[in-house]
Every structure is written in C-alpha cells, then in structure tokens.
Design a protein around this ligand. Structure first.
Ligand SMILES: Cc1ncc(COP(=O)(O)O)c(C=O)c1O
Length: 684
C-alpha cells in the first residue's frame, strides 16, 4: 500500500560509504515505459541529466522502453530496480499501466513502480471527469503504484529524488548500520558479555588464537541489551522495528518478527499463539520435531496426517490433499493446520486450495517454510504461502538466504492477529540476550533479496540447469525431476518442486547414498546436504559459485567412471503404521514412567512393550520422522522396526531412545498410570 511503502521514507541522501566497501559500483536501472517515444526520450534525457548533476550513489540510470518491451526487460535485467509507467491521458492508458504493474509485481515482487498520469485521471479532481475511473479502481491504483506523478508537471528533480528515495529505503539496513556505527564508535564496555568485545581473549597465550581465528568483529558486535541504541529484540521500537517493517514489506507480510533461536522456536511461538493451553491441531506426521515438541508443551491434541512415501527413493513427501481435507471435515473443532512447504526435498504443496479449505472451516494455517525463504523473489518459485493466504509463515532465513545460522523470521497475516499476546508468546521462548550479529544478518539478508534477489536466483536456476544436464550426461547419475519425485498417490495434487534442491539418483553407481556422501567428502572435499539409500541431494543457494559447480560436476564425472557393479543395495524399511493415542502427548510425556528394554531377548522385549504408551518421541534419522510420539500406543511392528534398525549394519541415529550401559530402552507410561479413555485422535 502506498502509505505503508512511504511510511518512514527518508528523502535525505543515503550514506553508502559503509555499505559498498570493496564491492562493485552500484548500478540501478530505471525504465520509463511509454508508447509516446517523444515523451519517453525527453523525460529520460532530463532524468539522466538530473542524475548527473546530483549525488547518485546507487548509480541510477534511466532508459526508455516501449510497453511491448517491458516484460522482457523485467524478466531479463536483474539490475532493473524501478519502473516509471506512463499511464497516458485517458482511462485506457491508465488501465494498461495498471495491468502492466500487476504483471510486473507477479514477476518481480520487489521492483518499485511509479505511475505518470494525467493528474485528474489519477485521482486529483477525478470526480469532475466524465470518463474518470471509479473510486474503487483509484484505490487499487494507489495500492499498485509506489507513487504517482502528474504527466504535465515535468519536475524531474523531484522525480529523480523520489525514485532514489524509494530505492534507498529498500537498500537500507537500519539495524546493521547502527550496529556498525556503534562498534566503530569504540565505547568502553562495562557490561556483558564478559569477553568485553574480545578483550578477555585477545592477549591470552591460551585462547588468543581463538580470538584471531574468529576475527575481531565476531567479538565486538557481540553486545548487550544494555546498549540502548541497538533497540530491544523483545520490545522493539526503533532500529529493530524498522528492520522488521522492511522485512514485512520485502516478504509480503503484514508483520514480520525476527528470531535468533531458529524456526524450531518460531514454530513453537505460533503454535502457542493459536493453541496455548490446549486444543486440536492437524499436523503432518513428518513435520519438524519442533511442532511435535510444541504439541507436548501446549497440551495439544494432535491429529496426525500420513505423509506419502516414495517407495523407490525412500523420500517422505507431502500429505495427500484429500487426507488434509478429510481431516478438516472430520475435526471441526481443530484450530490450527500445520503444513511443511516445501519439504526438505523441495516438494511444495498447491497451497491455495488447502488454505481456503481450512479457512472455510475456521481453521488457521501455519506454513513451515523453513526451506523456502527465497520463494517470493523469483516467479518460478511463487506463489509463496503468504500469497496463498497462510496466516502464519515461519522461515529459516539462514537455510537458503545469507543470514547466520539460527536467524529466522515469522511472517504474519492473520486477520485476527493479537499482537500483544504474540509479543508475550514470542518473549516466552526468546533469550533475553540475543546475538546482535544474527539480527544484523537478518537485516542484510532481507536487503540482499530486496535488491538483487531476482538476479541472484536467476543465476541459481541457470546453475541448476547446468548441474542437472551434467549429472544426466554422466549416464550413471540422474537428476530427479518433479515427476520422478512425486509418488503415485500425490499425482493429482499439483505438487511442485523447488528446483534449487537437486536430488540425484545414484543407484546405477553401485554405491549407497551414504557411501557416495563419504566419497564426495573424502576424495573431493565436497559436503552434500543429505542422502537417502539411493539418492544424494545438493542445495544450490545464493552462495553457490561457478567454481563450486565445476568441482561438483568434475567429481560426479569421475565417480561415474568408477561405478561398480553391485546387485542390490538394501532399500530402507517402510515406517511402521502410526498407531492411536492412549492419552494426550503432554499427559504421557509428564507421566510417571518406567524404562523398558527394547532389545534384550527380542521376543520378551516385544511382549513387554506392545500395548504400552510411549512417553517419548522416537525419531530415526534418516528419515527424521517419528515412529512414536508421546501418548501413542506401541505396536509389535513398531518394536520390530526399531529392533531391526539397531541390528542393521548402518548404525542409524535414533533420537529419543535411552541408552543405559549401551542397552537401548524406551520410556513408557507406568501401567497404573495408563489411561484408557476413548481413543483420542486416531492418526489419519
Ligand atoms: C521443516 C523444518 N522446520 C523447521 C526446522 C527448524 O529450523 P531451524 O534450524 O531454523 O531451527 C527445520 C530444520 O531443519 C525443518 O526442516
């Protein structure tokens, strides 16, 4: 909205001295779109002359483009930062400008768009115009354009300054700049942290090496809540709030909140916001463990949805849309639906119809976009969850963008948002000593996406194409397509694939995923993101470079030449069926419990465990999906599955299992404490 976009807009000249050290000079292209060649030529000349006479730290350069060439320019020119669209002097021209703005926003969410129109048509005195647009369309106009210029005015100084001010606002990093200024003002610290800007380490013969290894700014940016100019993450009013407002605008949210405890905490905050104290929640069994933890912490009653296994690659994908809809129909008292999109493997739901379905039934929707913070910045990746109407979206800015680990955001567009409660809920989970470098990295990661996200993602997508082609050309490895990765039950659900997650089928190489991971690391110094028994996944991010790509392709080519014959690589076992709940997860987790052996004398252990209620969440990695959650009844197939995992050759990491003197044990609710009410929420 115009008001939001201009709020806090500073027309003062931006100080770029601290932003562009050792970087290439900045270049911002601004296109004037007009069918009137004469006008476009005159205006562009005048604007470039103005730019030459004034300070122009962003390198603004104006050029004339016809309406027919506009879309191509927007698609192809990463350095394009703004459009000035000539709406002509009649309603048709205005409509065409409006349509163009719509299309451009669909392609590039961050570009500033200005309208040049006949003043009366664009609003001023519109009532007196016979062919003037309706008030409604005028309101839309003002939402779509950052600012309006009168076609007859010809005040190019003002136009130049305004375009520059909008770009400056997007390019500003209020928190990161303040942090830097504070560090360079070199104040004496008589406050926490105890290392006091690194002074406790610097000259130490024992730990000075750590100071030198980490670098001075790791320490001197590690400050304290006592430093008031840095605002308060827990009660922001100045530079952190400004940085959050800029993030909300960049990611398309109503409100954005920064977190320095990762999306693990973000999910807990949102679940507490909607379900603090209890209530029914519909979640995917394969959702992140933070969601399962929040269910225990908030005494929620979960309805678990079954994610679909791709049997060939051992990858757990999304839940069938029909299953989500059936759960929403069956559980009219549910208050929150949690969906992970995209999944770790890059599978994205067709979110809009699912979110609409939930909203029609009064259910709020949280979309865990831990792996999808880049989605809003390239049309090939849109629509995002916010664009599809999600109420809350959690993103690990650190996973795919340039923020430090643990730096995450919560985006909100819930129409019933209670900001006071949210603040309390957030603060309940947040440290009172946040890492300031992490907050600065959120500010900078947002700026990067707002200024060059499209261009950088375009490069990523080209790299993905090169990588996929090279993988396929080996004749041994195969880059899996969307069709390959979507298991048959999901065929009709319009599931999409995030191309930046490249999963490679390595089955023809004769090596398992684990073996290939080790080979890539030991022989080529390449660390991949994840593996399954017959796949390896790499992430192409803004940090992927041509050189890294070259080395990966080279390694894969060599490994393909050394493929070996091996008849069969054991496929992973299918997860046992989820059983029902004997009580709420919280009741089981906090119950009086006992520990029972899982292995000793297999049959005996099984007999003792079957029918008991698990008090813990038991999660084998991979696939990282719980086979048991607190409150769930233990079945014979679950016990056998866990026993087989422990006996298998590849030691699987199993979270939640207790080991005492190497003996694996499961924590179960004591018999006398076992409640046997009507089955609570059966798994779907
Ligand atoms: C789907 C999903 N949600 C949430 C998280 C937690 O994110 P963070 O590491 O930022 O705490 C992860 C982490 O891998 C994840 O995969």
């Amino acid at each position: 909205m115009l008001m939001d976009k201009t709020m806090g807009l500073e027309l003062k000249m931006p100080d770029l001295g601290n932003l562009s050290e050792s970087a290439q000079p900045l270049e911002c292209r601004v296109a004037l779109i007009s069918a009137d060649r004469q006008l476009a030529g005159d205006w562009v000349n005048a604007l470039n002359a103005t730019a030459a006479q004034h300070e122009n730290p962003f390198g603004l350069r104006f050029e004339a483009v016809t309406p027919a060439g506009a879309e191509r320019l927007v698609r192809e020119e990463g350095k394009l930062q703004a459009l000035i669209v000539d709406g002509g002097s009649d309603v048709q021209g205005l409509q065409a400008a409006d349509d163009l703005a719509d299309k451009v926003h669909g392609l590039r969410s961050q570009i500033n768009i200005f309208l040049v129109a006949h003043g009366a048509l664009a609003g001023a005195g519109a009532e007196s115009q016979a062919d003037s647009p309706s008030p409604q369309s005028l309101a839309n106009l003002r939402q779509r354009f950052d600012e309006l210029f009168d076609r007859r005015e010809g005040n190019f100084n003002h136009m130049f300054r305004l375009v520059q001010a909008f770009i400056a606002r997007r390019a500003s990093t209020p928190f990161a700049d303040t942090l830097k200024e504070y560090v360079f003002s070199a104040r004496d610290a008589w406050h926490t942290p105890g290392h006091s800007g690194g002074d406790s380490l610097r000259n130490s013969p024992w730990v000075g090496d750590f100071y030198r290894f980490m670098g001075e700014h790791v320490f001197n940016t590690d400050l304290s809540v006592s430093v008031q100019v840095l605002d308060s993450l827990l009660e922001p009013h100045s530079v952190i709030q400004e940085a959050q407002d800029l993030a909300a605008q960049a990611f398309g949210a109503r409100h954005t909140f920064f977190l320095t405890n990762g999306t693990s905490t973000a999910n807990k905050v949102v679940i507490q916001q909607i379900l603090g104290g209890g209530g029914k929640i519909i979640v995917d069994q394969a959702c992140h463990k933070s969601v399962h933890h929040a269910i225990v912490m908030n005494r929620c009653e979960p309805v678990y949805l079954k994610s679909v296994l791709h049997p060939e690659f051992g990858i757990y994908g999304p839940v069938k849309r029909a299953d989500i809809e059936a759960a929403l129909d069956e559980h009219g008292d549910a208050r929150l639906l949690v969906i992970t999109s995209c999944t770790y493997d890059g599978l994205r739901y067709d979110l809009k119809p699912i979110i609409d379905y939930a909203h029609e039934r009064g259910v709020k929707v949280l979309v865990d976009e831990a792996w999808y913070a880049h989605g809003y910045f390239h049309p090939a990746l849109r629509p995002t969850a916010l664009e599809c109407g999600a109420d809350y979206v959690t993103q690990s800015t650190h996973k795919m963008l340039s923020a430090f680990s643990q730096a995450s955001m919560i985006h909100v567009q819930d129409p019933d948002f209670d900001d006071h409660r949210f603040r309390e809920n957030l603060n309940m989970h947040a440290s009172t000593s946040p890492q300031y470098a992490m907050i600065a990295s959120l500010d900078v990661a947002r700026k990067q996406m707002a200024m060059e996200g499209y261009g950088r993602l375009e490069q990523c997508l080209q790299m993905v194409e090169t990588l996929r082609r090279a993988v396929d050309e080996t004749g041994v490895f195969r880059a899996l397509t969307r069709e390959d990765l979507i298991a048959e039950p999901l065929a009709g659900d319009n599931i999409r694939l995030d191309p930046t997650k490249v999963t490679i089928d390595i089955s023809a190489s004769g090596y398992s995923g684990k073996e290939m991971q080790i080979k890539l690391f030991d022989q080529y110094g390449i660390q991949v993101e994840k593996t399954t028994y017959n796949t390896v996944t790499v992430l192409v991010t803004l940090g992927s470079t041509e050189s890294k790509l070259l080395r990966l392709i080279h390694a894969l080519k060599q490994l393909a030449r050394n493929a070996r014959k091996r008849a069969h690589i054991a496929s992973p076992r299918r997860l046992p069926e989820f059983t029902h709940f004997n009580c709420l997860p919280a009741d089981a987790y906090f119950a009086d419990t006992e520990e029972l052996p899982l292995m000793d004398n297999g049959a005996e252990a099984t007999k003792n465990l079957v029918g008991r209620t698990s008090a813990d969440e038991i999660v084998p990695y991979p696939p990282g999906i719980p086979v048991l959650v607190p409150g769930q009844e233990i079945s014979a197939p679950i016990v056998q599955y866990l026993q087989q995992l422990l006996q298998g050759q590849n030691a699987t990491e199993i979270h939640g299992m207790i080991f005492r003197s190497d003996e694996p044990l499961l924590r179960v609710v004591r018999e006398e404490g076992k409640k046997k009410p009507g089955k609570k929420s059966a798994a779907k």
